[in-house]
Design a protein around this ligand. Structure first.
Ligand code: HOZ
Length: 430
C-alpha cells in the first residue's frame, strides 16, 4: 500500500503538533505504523491522502452510526451554518435536541449541552459533589471518562494503549478523592460502599465498558451499583458517551433497564460535530447555574451547527428503529467470523460484543475487566491490525478500543471484512 503522502504529512505534522496528532491513539504508536491522513469519507468508506480506500470500523470513534457524510445530516449542517455558525445566545435547535434526548432517555429530565464528553463528565462530577456536599467519587479500573484531572486514574483508552496508569501533571491532591475498584467486581463494590459509601458523592461507570476494549457488565453489577448508590445517597452517573443512542435508541440504560441519576452523553448526539451533554434528575439539574450554585458555562455550548447535526441524526434513528437490528446483526456476523476463524487457525481469542460494539482480544482468558483485558497479546493485535489495514480494513489502532458498525456498512463490506479476517488469521502462528 502506497503511503507516501501520509508519511510526508505525518513528518510535517510532527513539527507543529505533539506526536503529529491531536489525540494520542491516532499516532498508531502501539501498532508501529504511520497513520493514514484522511482526505474524505462517504458511507462506510474512508479515503486517505494517497488515494487508498478503507472500510471504516472506527466511525470517528462512535458518532457516525449513520456512516460518513450522510446526505440529510450534511444538508442540516449546511442549512444551519448558512444562518450563522455561533451566537453565544439561545436558539430553538437547543430545545429540539434537548427534547429528543429527554424523550429517548426517561431518566434525563433536563439536559445541559457542552462541547465534549470530557467536559460533560467534569461538569457532572462537580454537580454530584454540589448536590451531595461530598468529595469522594468512585470509578472502575479500565473505564475512561475523558481527560479531566480527577478521572485520570487507572483509566482506559489512550492511557491503556500507552501503558500509563495515570497522567503526569495531575497533582496527587487532585485525585486523592477518586477511589477505584475492578469492573464487574460485585464483592469489592460492596466492600468499598461499606467502608466509604456515606462519603461518596458519585459512582461513575461506562455501563458497557468501551475503552479497555468492549467489556460487558455482569448481570448483577449495574443493579448492585444502583441499589448501593440509592442506599448511601450517592449519585449514580452513567457515562453513555459511547453507548448512548448506540446500543439502543434508549442507550445502555434502556438496554439494561436501569435508571441512573445523571447521564453523560457525547458522540452520536452531535452527529459527527463536537458536542457533549450531561443531564438527569430535575432536582439535581436544578443546581446548575443560573438556577443553582454549581457553575458551568461555555461560549460554544449548544452550537447551532452541532445541534442541527445531532437533531437530524437522532431523528433518523428514531424514525428508522430497524437500523439497530441491522447493525447488531452485522456486528454479530463479524463476531461469528472472528470466533470461527480463531478456532480454525487456533488463535487464542476472546470476542466481546454488545449490539454494534465489539472487540476481539488476543487472549485465551475471558475478558471481564481491566486485568483480563491486559492479558491480551498486543503484538499479535499489531500483526492483525496491519494485515487488516493492508487489505483496506480500518479498525482502531489499539487492542483496547471498540469496533463500531454503522448503518452504512453494506453486506458486501461485511463479506469483504470477513474474508480479510480469515486471511489475517491464516497467516498467524497458532
Ligand atoms: N481515546 C479516544 C477513543 N476512546 C480516541 C479519540 C480520538 O483519537 O479521536
Amino acid at each position: 500500500m502506497n503511503m507516501d503522502q501520509s508519511t510526508a504529512l505525518f513528518e510535517k505534522a510532527k513539527q507543529v503538533i505533539p506526536g503529529g496528532v491531536n489525540s494520542p491513539v491516532r499516532a498508531f504508536l502501539s501498532v508501529g505504523m504511520t497513520p493514514p491522513f484522511i482526505r474524505s469519507a462517504r458511507g462506510a468508506r474512508l479515503k486517505d491522502a494517497d488515494g487508498n480506500e478503507y472500510i471504516d470500523y472506527v466511525c470517528s470513534w462512535g458518532p457516525l452510526i449513520l456512516g460518513h457524510a450522510r446526505e440529510e445530516v450534511i444538508d442540516a449542517i449546511r442549512e444551519a451554518a448558512a444562518d450563522g455558525t455561533s451566537f453565544g445566545a439561545p436558539t430553538e435547535r437547543e430545545i429540539e435536541l434537548a427534547e429528543l434526548i429527554c424523550s429517548a432517555l426517561p431518566a434525563v429530565e433536563m439536559v445541559r449541552m457542552v462541547n465534549s464528553g470530557t467536559e460533560a463528565v467534569m461538569s457532572a462530577i462537580r454537580l454530584a459533589r454540589g448536590f451531595t456536599g461530598r468529595k469522594k467519587i468512585l470509578k472502575f479500573e479500565g473505564c475512561y471518562h475523558g481527560h479531566s484531572d480527577a478521572l485520570l486514574v487507572e483509566a482506559g483508552s489512550g492511557l491503556l494503549t500507552l501503558s500509563l496508569s495515570s497522567s503526569a501533571g495531575v497533582p496527587e491532591e487532585f485525585v486523592k478523592h477518586t477511589l477505584t475498584v475492578p469492573y464487574n467486581d460485585c464483592e469489592k463494590l460492596e466492600t468499598i460502599f461499606e467502608a466509604a459509601g456515606a462519603e461518596l458523592a458519585a459512582v461513575i461507570v461506562e455501563p458497557v465498558a468501551g475503552n479497555m476494549g468492549v467489556v460487558k457488565p455482569d448481570s448483577q453489577f449495574l443493579r448492585l451499583m444502583r441499589r448501593l448508590t440509592e442506599k448511601y445517597g450517592s449519585v449514580l452517573i452513567f457515562d453513555e458517551v459511547i453507548t448512548g443512542f448506540r446500543v439502543s435508541f434508549h442507550g445502555a440504560q434502556g438496554y439494561y433497564g436501569i435508571s441512573p441519576d445523571l447521564t453523560v452523553l457525547g458522540k452520536i448526539i452531535g452527529g459527527g460535530m463536537p458536542v457533549g451533554a450531561y443531564g438527569g434528575r430535575k432536582d439535581i439539574m436544578r443546581l446548575v447555574a443560573p438556577l443553582g450554585p454549581v457553575y458551568q458555562a461555555g461560549t460554544l455550548s449548544g452550537n447551532p451547527v452541532a445541534m442541527a447535526a445531532g437533531i437530524k441524526t437522532l431523528q433518523i434513528l428514531k424514525d428508522n428503529p430497524a437500523i439497530y437490528r441491522e447493525i447488531d446483526d452485522k456486528a454479530a456476523q463479524l463476531e461469528k467470523a472472528l470466533i470461527d476463524f480463531s478456532d480454525k487457525y487456533r488463535i487464542p481469542l476472546c470476542v466481546n460484543r454488545v449490539g454494534s460494539l465489539l472487540s476481539a482480544f488476543f487472549t485465551d482468558e475471558t475478558v471481564t475487566d481491566y486485568r483480563t483485558a491486559k492479558t491480551a497479546d498486543t503484538s499479535r493485535f499489531a500483526t492483525f491490525f496491519s494485515t487488516m489495514f493492508n487489505q483496506g480494513i480500518y479498525i482502531a489502532p489499539s487492542q483496547f478500543e471498540a469496533m463500531f458498525i454503522s448503518g452504512a456498512h453494506s453486506d458486501a463490506d461485511i463479506k469483504q471484512t470477513i474474508a480479510a479476517i480469515e486471511k489475517s488469521f491464516a497467516g498467524m502462528q497458532p
